[in-house]
Write a protein of this length. Structure first.
Length: 82
């Protein structure tokens, strides 16, 4: 199933240039909207995850959520890109 989701994400990236493919992201964390895009979830779902800590726990930077790219890659089954 992860492969199917990843394929869907790649197809969306081809038509929606708002965010780069996950494999090309070099920053250690991304904002909620971008993380939701990669995980194929709504931003509100990630905000709920932030309160419960499952399946990814975000960092708080100046009161904003930053989602660790390494954790997103792990959850999606995508290589680390290193």
């Amino acid at each position: 199933m992860q492969t199917t989701q990843h394929s869907a994400q790649i197809r969306r990236a081809a038509t929606d240039p708002q965010y780069p493919p996950l494999e090309l992201v070099t920053s250690p964390g991304v904002p909620t909207a971008q993380a939701a895009y990669y995980l194929i979830r709504r931003p509100q779902t990630l905000r709920i995850w932030a309160m419960t800590g499952h399946p990814i726990k975000p960092l708080r930077i100046n009161g904003r959520l930053a989602w660790p790219v390494a954790d997103i890659r792990r959850l999606m089954g995508v290589g680390s890109g290193e």
